[in-house]
Design a protein around this ligand. Structure first.
Ligand code: ATP
Length: 240
């Protein structure tokens, strides 16, 4: 699984909102083909980590490395075309566009029309509900369907690395399980996944490795199975 060269790496990254440091020197590595989860309590800095990778929040110190290159200054809008795509918390689909139009937006920088058509079919195979609802306006979809659309739209950019921020948030348990199954299927199709989750239990079952964040620091990293068995983790994050 783990290969020598990480596809994504944070080296001692510090980022802040005004004078408040949200990340206090985060280092982490993600290898090609992995699902890596970042777990932690509310406010630990999980979302900020993803936003800092995408340069939506600026790193004031440290290196964000993608495919061996430092990407700290790269405009976040350019990252999907480089294969690095974030599905933000809260979904942020286009509510006044149809499902199809939302998917087209995910491929906005691509010119290979035949490839785009194939990919639309591929994401419809992953999310059959979206095929049924392809003419429906995004804003009228249920919460679960909007989450599916947000993930499907990001797949239209053919990501190498997908950054998922709380995909299970606000969804009914059955749907949550479905979303995690789809994350695994996406990964099996060759996409490396970084998964930020409050639902540590499911996230650790889905991922190969995990990082535990506490108030802007990585306090533990290990294979997901080992984190799941760790009594401290079970007590702090799995409600035992
Ligand atoms: P949650 O699961 O609640 O989203 P999180 O682990 O993702 O938590 P972050 O959202 O990354 O945590 O927040 C990290 C810290 O940065 C928190 O102390 C939070 O209050 C602060 N923070 C986040 N966004 C902002 C903002 N826009 N302005 C100021 N402070 C912020």
């Amino acid at each position: 699984m783990a290969q020598d060269q990480p596809i994504l790496e944070l080296r001692n990254v510090v980022s802040a909102y005004g004078r408040i440091q949200a990340l206090k020197g985060i280092s982490l590595k993600v290898y090609p083909g992995e699902i890596v989860t970042i777990i932690g309590a509310n406010g630990a800095g999980k979302s900020t980590t993803l936003m800092t990778i995408c340069n939506i929040v600026k790193a004031v110190q440290g290196d964000v490395m993608y495919k061996g290159e430092r990407i700290n200054g790269v405009n976040s809008d350019l990252l999907p075309a480089m294969g690095l795509c974030q599905v933000p918390e809260g979904r942020r689909i286009f509510p006044r566009l149809t499902v199809m139009e939302n998917l087209d937006m995910g491929a906005f920088f691509r010119k290979d029309n035949a490839g785009i058509k194939d990919d639309i079919e591929r994401v419809f195979d992953l999310f059959p509900k979206l095929r049924e609802r392809r003419k429906q306006l995004g804003g009228t979809l249920s919460g679960g369907e909007q989450q599916m659309l947000a993930m499907a739209r990001s797949l239209m950019s053919r990501p190498k690395v997908l950054l998922l921020d709380e995909p299970s948030m606000g969804l009914a348990p059955l749907l949550v399980q479905q979303i995690f199954n789809i994350v695994k299927m996406i990964n099996e199709q060759g996409v490396t996944v970084v998964l930020v989750e409050q639902n540590a239990n499911l996230a650790l079952q889905c991922a190969q490795r995990g990082y535990v964040l506490e108030t802007g620091n990585v306090v533990m990293e290990d294979e997901a199975g080992k984190l799941l068995e760790n009594p401290d983790i079970r007590k702090a994050y799995l409600g035992e």
